[in-house]
Design a protein around this ligand. Structure first.
Ligand code: DAH
Length: 354
């Protein structure tokens, strides 16, 4: 028995893996293991012998089992130590550089406009970029022969041969969203519609795709005075300084009367500063919504009236952030985007009540 004990305790302490340990367990105390076989011999012994040998064999079995368990735990500890050594991590190392994208100036200004007009109770409406010529022109009181229709440099969609319905167009302005919103919500209403528009034109101040924000407010007693207040409030919040506006009589088919609106600015060595000086810069078209336009939108012009305006988002982005060339907006030049883009965490300036 002492030999057995010495043999197995030695083997167990020398075992190099859990698998080797398991093999030893089977060999010693498994069903057909050496110690189990000895226990079977007990049956052949005299009661006196059995009384002597039984407890000794049991004690040996217990001792070997606990040696096995202790070695198993020691092996697991050693394995863990080994892993901890290998998987060591230096948390003080600098992280890998990660290029962060930037918010495009158009997106930034789009958000700024939305926030400022939302403060004045305007909801955001959107419409499709591919329009019928009815929404883009006719409903806005621009009939087929009207010169404005030709002046818009419209992109017409292709129609299948033999299909002589009027073609769809890429909307040339955000004004058709006025009609769609009137149809959807009726009067009273107060919305802005930011979005992409398209015209076949390309130079330093024109790109075939650009952005506008349309405004529409309809109620029983809305007037040009409300329009002027809303716009001055908008420009002052947007530029962060009190901005005066100048209304010049103009003509648009969808408004009567119509006005082009200039904002106050100064010119100093080629740079524009908004909100100071005695210069003026044209920024938008506006007016009182034409009765025929209200009618096209399903609103009774005898009961309701309102103002509308349309402004270039890219243009006011250039003015606020000193961006000289419109075409660069859409070149996807990473250096330009990193320079003029905004951090995602940069909250737009919308200083109200200036
Ligand atoms: N739709 C016009 C354009 O793109 C801008 C405009 C002028 C919009 C007067 C209006 C408006 O809502 O009342 O040139």
């Amino acid at each position: 028995m002492d030999d057995l004990k010495a043999k197995y305790l030695g083997l167990i302490s020398g075992a190099g893996s859990e698998a080797a340990l398991e093999e030893l367990r089977v060999q010693a105390v498994g069903k057909k293991g050496e110690i189990s076989l000895q226990m079977r011999e007990l049956g052949k012994m005299t009661p006196e012998e059995r009384q002597l040998m039984g407890p000794k064999l049991n004690a040996l079995k217990d001792e070997i089992n606990s040696a096995l368990a202790a070695k198993k735990a020691a092996l697991a500890d050693a394995a863990l130590d080994e892993r901890l050594k290998v998987e060591w991590l230096d948390v003080t190392l600098p992280t890998r550089p990660q290029r962060q994208g930037t918010i495009h100036p158009v997106s930034q200004v789009w958000e700024e406009c939305t926030a400022i007009f939302a403060d004045m109770g305007f909801a955001v409406a959107e419409g499709p970029q591919i329009e019928t010529d009815w929404y883009n022109f006719d409903a806005l009181n621009i009939p087929g022969h009207h010169p404005a229709r030709a002046e818009m440099d419209t992109f017409y969609m292709h129609r299948a041969e033999g299909d002589d319905r009027p073609p769809h167009v890429l909307r040339t302005h955000t004004s058709p969203v006025q009609i769609r919103s009137m149809e959807a919500t009726g009067a009273p209403t107060r919305i802005i519609c930011p979005g992409r528009v398209y015209r076949a034109d390309y130079d330093q101040t024109h790109t075939p795709m650009f952005h506008q924000v349309e405004g529409l407010a309809i109620d029983r007693d809305i007037s040009m005075a409300n329009l002027k207040w809303v716009l001055e409030e908008f420009f002052s919040a947007y530029f962060g300084t009190k901005v005066k506006t100048r209304f010049r009589a103009s003509h648009f088919p969808f408004t009567e009367p119509s006005a082009e609106v200039d904002i106050q600015c100064s010119w100093e060595n080629g740079t524009v500063k908004v909100g100071e000086g005695d210069g003026w810069l044209e920024v938008l078209g506006s007016g009182m919504v034409h009765p025929k336009v209200l009618q096209a939108g399903g609103i009774d012009p005898n009961e309701w009236q309102g103002f509308a305006f349309g402004m270039g988002i890219d243009r006011i982005a250039m003015l606020k952030y000193g961006i000289p060339d419109l075409r660069a907006f859409f070149d996807s030049d990473l250096r330009w985007l990193r320079h003029y883009g905004f951090s995602a965490l940069q909250v737009p300036t919308i200083r109200g009540g200036v």
